[in-house]
Design a protein around this ligand. Structure first.
Ligand SMILES: [Zn+2]
Length: 88
């Protein structure tokens, strides 16, 4: 079970950045999943994809890096690494 809240935060962040950058379309999202985050890539997408629908990032390519560094400070986290977009 994973919290809706976490995924909602990603969507809010993406929309905030898109707005700041005056993006017309988000083309690519890169996430990193820490080795202790306890979620598979597939399951991550099951949460994320429904929330992306009807947003500026609905057609974005999603790239996910599954980290395996146990000692990373982000080992327990899912991180939005980068976002690519088209601007006006
Ligand atoms: Zn879940």
């Amino acid at each position: 079970m994973h919290e809706y809240h976490l995924f909602r935060q990603f969507i809010d962040k993406i929309e905030e950045i898109a707005k700041l950058e005056k993006a017309t379309k988000v083309t690519k999202l890169h996430f990193s999943i820490g080795t202790l985050a306890n979620i598979t890539t597939t399951h991550f997408l099951e949460h994320l994809n429904p929330l992306l629908k009807e947003t500026i990032a609905q057609d974005a390519e999603i790239v996910i890096t599954a980290e395996n560094d146990l000692d990373s400070i982000k080992a327990q986290q899912i991180t939005l690494v980068s976002i690519e977009f088209l601007d006006a």
